[in-house]
Design a protein around this ligand. Structure first.
Ligand code: GLA
Length: 383
C-alpha cells in the first residue's frame, strides 16, 4: 500500500526536504466507449488505485523525477523538443509543455512518483500520471488553472507530445472523480453531472487479460480518422455535421448506400453507443439491472463487430460472463485490443463467477486473468 508517509519519507531521503504530496486515480468506464473523441457521452468513474507524486522546488539548475516503479531517474534543465526514450517521462514533459503554451513557465523541481494502478490494464494509468502532475504543478506553483483546464492540459500532453489522439474522458475522470459516483460527461459541451453509483447488492468486477496488443495505439488513431472520414463524407453529401454526435440513426440509414461499408459500421457503432449511455443510466437509476446489463453486452457486440477494437481474449471473457449465472452484463472497457472487461455481477455470485471465468480463460489461454472488484475513488488532490 502506497501512503503519503511512505512517499514523503522516500522523498526526504532522496532530496533532503519535505515535499508536498498529491495523488490521482485511474478510471473505469461504465459505458460510452470511443465516443469521447466523437463529441459524445461517456460514463467513467475514478477507481481506488492511484498515481502518487511527491514534489518540491529546488535550488539546483535542473529538475529531477524519480519513478519508483521503474527505478529510473530523469533529469533535465531544458524541455526536450521531442518525446524521449524514457517513456513515462513524456507524459510529464507533455504537461509542462502544455502549461508553457498557456504562458506558465515552471521553476525547477524534484519529484518522486509511485503508482498502484495496474499498467496496461486499460485503467488509464498514464492519464492518472498526467493528471497528478497537472494538479501538483498547479497547486504547488500556484498557477491558477481551473480543473477543466487541467483536464485539457493533460489531454494535450497525450495528444501533442506522447502522440495518442485520445479523447478527454480519462483525464477528465482522473481530475473530477468523486467516490461512489460515476460522471456523466457530454464531451461536446464538457457539461457533466455526478451520477450516484448505487448498485444495491451488485458489484463491478474487472477481469484483466493482462495483455496489450501492439497495434492498440495505431488502431486507436486509425479509428479516430475513420470517424472523421465518415463525418467528411456526410458533409460532402450535403449534411452539416461537425462530428458523429450530430448524426442520428435516420440520417445514417438514409446515406447507407453512399457510405463506404467500413465507415458506415464505425459511425453506426458510435451513434448506437451514445444512445446506450442514456438508456444504461436510466436503467441503473431504476435498479433495472437486467436491462442495464443488456446495454453492456450491446456495447461489447458493437465494439467487437462494428468498431472492431476487441480481441479474442476480451471476447472470451465476455462470452464466459454471458453464460455465468449472476452476471447482468459485461463488455470490454477502454480503447480495446487488451486490457479489462467490466462486469456487473450479483454480490453473492461474485466468487463463483471469478472461479468460472478464471478456469475458462486458463483452459483456453494457459494463464489466469487477473481480477479486481472495483471500488470508486476521488479525483486528483493534495494528500
Ligand atoms: C482510451 C482513450 C479515451 C477513450 C477510450 C475509449 O482510454 O484514452 O479517450 O477514447 O480509449 O472509450
Amino acid at each position: 500500500m502506497i501512503s503519503k508517509a511512505w512517499i514523503s519519507a522516500f522523498y526526504e531521503k532522496e532530496f533532503g526536504k519535505k515535499p508536498s504530496c498529491f495523488r490521482a486515480p485511474g478510471r473505469i468506464n461504465l459505458i460510452g466507449e470511443h465516443t469521447d473523441y466523437n463529441q459524445g457521452f461517456v460514463m467513467p468513474a475514478g477507481i481506488d488505485f492511484y498515481c502518487y507524486v511527491a514534489i518540491s522546488d529546488t535550488q539546483a539548475h535542473s529538475s529531477s523525477i524519480i519513478a519508483c516503479d521503474y527505478q529510473e531517474k530523469f533529469s533535465f534543465n531544458s524541455l526536450p523538443e521531442k518525446p524521449t526514450s524514457t517513456h513515462w517521462v513524456n507524459y510529464i514533459l507533455g504537461v509542462i509543455k502544455a502549461m508553457n503554451k498557456r504562458g506558465k513557465v515552471l521553476p525547477f523541481f524534484n519529484a518522486i512518483i509511485q503508482s498502484d494502478i495496474p499498467v496496461g490494464a486499460g485503467l488509464s494509468s498514464s492519464a492518472a500520471l498526467e493528471s497528478v502532475f497537472a494538479k501538483a504543478f498547479n497547486t504547488f506553483f500556484n498557477l491558477g488553472f481551473s480543473s477543466m483546464e487541467l483536464a485539457l492540459i493533460a489531454r494535450e500532453a497525450e495528444n501533442d507530445f506522447v502522440g495518442l489522439q485520445c479523447g478527454i474522458m480519462d483525464m477528465f475522470a482522473s481530475i473530477h472523480a468523486k467516490e461512489n459516483h460515476a460522471i456523466r460527461l457530454d464531451c461536446r459541451s464538457l457539461e457533466y453531472e455526478y451520477f450516484p453509483l448505487e448498485l444495491a447488492d451488485n458489484k463491478i468486477v474487472l477481469f484483466d487479460t493482462c495483455i496489450k496488443h501492439e497495434l492498440a495505439s495505431s488502431e486507436y488513431n486509425q479509428r479516430r480518422k475513420e470517424c472523421e472520414a465518415a463525418v467528411s463524407r456526410l458533409n460532402q453529401l450535403g449534411h452539416r455535421v461537425e462530428s458523429l454526435r450530430g448524426v442520428d440513426v435516420s440520417m445514417l440509414h438514409a446515406e447507407k448506400s453512399q457510405l463506404d461499408t467500413l465507415l458506415y459500421k464505425r459511425a453506426k457503432y458510435v451513434i448506437e453507443e451514445n444512445a446506450r449511455v442514456d438508456k444504461f443510466s436510466k436503467a441503473i437509476s431504476t435498479s433495472d439491472w437486467a436491462t442495464a446489463g443488456s446495454y453492456l453486452y450491446g456495447s461489447h457486440d458493437g465494439l467487437k463487430n462494428d468498431y472492431e477494437v476487441s480481441c479474442k481474449e476480451l471476447d472470451l471473457l465476455v462470452d464466459v460472463a454471458r453464460e455465468s449465472e449472476g452476471v447482468w452484463g459485461a463488455r470490454m472497457m477502454g480503447g480495446g485490443f487488451g486490457g479489462c472487461t467490466i462486469n456487473l455481477v450479483k454480490e453473492d455470485k461474485v466468487e463463483e463467477v471469478i472461479e468460472h471465468v478464471k478456469t475458462s480463460y486458463s483452459d483456453t489461454f494457459g494463464v489466469a486473468p487477473k481480477y479486481y472488484i472495483a471500488t470508486t475513488g476521488n479525483g486528483a488532490c493534495e494528500i
